[in-house]
Design a protein around this ligand. Structure first.
Ligand code: F6R
Length: 603
């Protein structure tokens, strides 16, 4: 993870770096820092903790008559604890080199040992510092650019990096396996891990590729550091995709994004339906098997997709953790379709899984971010229209992924002749009607406050559901642990008696998802089992009967969705709200929970 941002030019550099770092904070917010060249000297400033970038950048000089080169970084700790020594930029022994890095250097321990034997003194626990010392060592024998080129080929792992060196009025950088974009405006150059941190200044963007090494002075030069030959790549104008990231009247991004779901869902589903004819053409054959890969909430969305698709299409569907799939040497069959799901489009393990499947299966990605790496590696993409998701815990992106999976289910059903095109109109109506019902759930907030009051002092919670609501239970538990730090587990309701039931006592809240479907009576039996052991039952239900009334300690009575596949869109909302409200009552930062980052670009 980590975000890196560089600027070479004149003008309001403090604002550019401060705003840019804020825009990159979703990649990590443990610490941040920057380096610039002044009178040929490398100056470094860094801090730990969230926020405070405006004060931090106040020491960067702003020139109107000459160019300044600045590199900056926001960190998500991988090697070494959160402290100033481990914050980027990292330096060499003589403080002549400053370097920022995103990625992981896998052979850093061996390189560090070799460099220590040559007399290098290290001051951090990071893998990154080794790069600065390696550059220093090679530069003893050759010009700096050549030293960087040679060193890059010694690094195993992934990197997007920027480096400044005393006496050189340029930023040198490189990428392998971690995203990096360049932007230009006149003679000003921007370089960043995420376009969104620079699109306020320019829409002329260049997508750097693995193996690119570049130098930015008055011009930008690019070299393939593996083939050691120069590369021609140009800037192109991208559609101004700047979407508002203002919090408006909301108290947090998480709250705003939960409330944006009705609009995000309709926008996602309608935009996909508008392009139905195009998708009917590009998804040219019906797959024999579908493998869905993703991580975290995206993996949960995949499980919901599995229930939908196996039921309607009768095509076998496997849902895999991307991190396991990529290294398992998976078996591919001739008619396989691999569906990757990723909000960010940059998750390292999902990208790795997609690369593993490339050339062996057709690849379709479901993604929320245009121009990101995962759709770039896929044959087709279904974009969700959730808009920028800033809160670290996924909410609107998750439900938008379910909308895209529902669309894919219908698309394949049409292709297979299981439904007729005219019935799509009805499906669109059903979808909008369900999305509207989310607003009714928002009106139940005062009741949920009372339940959150009960939850806030608990140490553990269980979330149980059956069928398509089992993955919803997993998602509810993940939301609770991410933002409130209460230990929560999701289970298939029937599985509880095979172990977790040992945990049930009066201190264990159990959230049941019990909807009107073929499992209703079975879920009621599972609720009775918890009740018999003194557990406190919170029921999310789209129907009320005597059993629900008698067994539950608390009931969140949600509206009924228009069809069974759309029910998860409603059952997950109270779980998001319970996690949100409980976290607030425990004084947790719901937007930037501890230890997390929004975009996980390390495996
Ligand atoms: C949970 C959450 C994470 C992400 C996971 C995958 O709230 O946000 O579990 O879902 O890191 O991220 P993407 O979807 O960007 O690949």
């Amino acid at each position: 993870m980590c975000g890196i941002l560089g600027f070479s030019g004149k003008g309001p550099v403090r604002k550019i770096i401060s705003r840019g770092l804020k825009a990159l904070e979703y990649r990590g917010y443990d610490s941040c820092g920057y380096a610039f060249l002044s009178e040929g000297v490398v100056c470094v400033n860094k801090k730990t903790g969230k926020g405070g970038t405006d004060e931090l950048v106040s020491e960067i000089p702003e020139y109107s008559d000459r160019r300044i080169c600045v590199i900056s970084h926001t960190r998500w700790a991988t090697h070494g604890k959160v402290c100033l020594e481990n914050a980027h930029p990292h330096r060499d022994c003589k403080n002549e080199i400053a370097l920022v890095h995103n990625g992981i250097i896998e052979n850093y321990a061996r390189l560090k040992k070799e460099l220590e034997q040559k007399g290098h003194i290290f001051s951090s626990d990071t893998d990154t510092e080794v790069i600065a010392h390696l550059f220093e060592e090679e530069a003893k024998k050759m010009p700096f650019r050549k030293a960087v080129l040679k060193s890059l080929n010694k690094l195993d792992g992934t990197f997007a990096l920027l480096v400044l060196r005393k006496g050189c009025s340029e930023i040198i950088g490189a990428r392998k396996g971690s995203p990096l974009f360049a932007g230009v405006k006149g003679k000003d150059f921007f370089i960043s891990s995420d376009i969104n941190s620079i699109v306020n200044y320019t829409d002329e963007i260049m997508f750097l590729e693995d193996g690119d090494m570049f130098a930015i002075g008055d011009e930008m030069e690019i070299l393939d550091f593996v083939k050691k030959e120069s590369v021609k790549r140009s800037f192109s104008r991208i559609k101004s995709g700047v979407q508002s990231t203002a919090m408006g009247n909301f108290e947090s991004y998480m709250q705003k994004e939960i409330f944006e779901q009705p609009a995000a869902l309709v926008s996602t589903f309608n935009s996909l339906c508008k392009e139905l004819a195009r998708y009917m053409e590009i998804v040219d054959t019906v797959p024999g098997r579908i493998t869905i890969v993703g991580c975290g909430s995206s993996w949960h969305a995949g499980l919901i997709g599995e229930y939908m698709m196996e039921k309607l299409l009768r095509i076998p569907v496997e849902v895999e953790y991307a991190s396991e799939f990529r290294y398992r040497n998976p078996v591919f069959l001739p008619d396989d379709l691999v569906v990757s799901i990723s909000q960010s489009g940059e998750t390292a393990d999902t990208l790795g899984a997609v690369k593993e499947a490339k050339k062996k299966a057709k690849l379709l990605s479901i993604c929320n971010v245009h121009n990101s790496s995962i759709p770039g590696e896929s044959n087709y993409a279904l974009y969700t229209q959730a808009g920028p998701e800033i809160g670290v815990a996924s909410t609107k992106a998750f439900t938008a992924q379910i909308a895209a999976l529902y669309f894919l289910n219908l698309l394949l059903a049409l292709k297979m002749g299981l439904i007729k095109e005219y019935s799509l109109e009805k499906k669109i109506e059903e979808f909008s009607a369900t999305a509207k019902k989310i607003r009714c759930i928002f009106s139940m907030l005062p009741d949920m406050e009372k339940i959150a009051d009960k939850l806030k002092d608990k140490s553990n919670a269980l979330f149980l559901g059956r069928g398509i609501h089992f993955p919803v239970a997993l998602e509810g538990a993940l939301k609770m642990k991410e933002v409130s730090y209460i230990h929560a587990e999701g289970y298939p309701a029937a599985e509880m008696k095979h172990g977790p039931i040992a945990l049930i006592d009066e201190n264990m809240p159990v959230v049941f998802i019990s909807v009107r479907d073929r499992f209703s009576m079975k879920v009621i039996s599972n609720m009775r089992e918890v009740k018999a052991r003194g557990g406190c039952i919170i029921t999310v239900s789209d129907y009320i009967d005597d059993d629900i009334l008698n067994i539950s300690d608390e009931i969140i009575n949600i509206p009924e969705a228009e069809n069974e596949y759309l029910k998860p869109l409603l059952t997950v909302i109270p779980l998001q709200l319970l996690a949100y409200l409980t976290a607030l009552k425990r004084d947790c930062d719901v937007d930037k929970p501890r230890n997390l980052a929004k975009c996980v670009t390390v495996e």
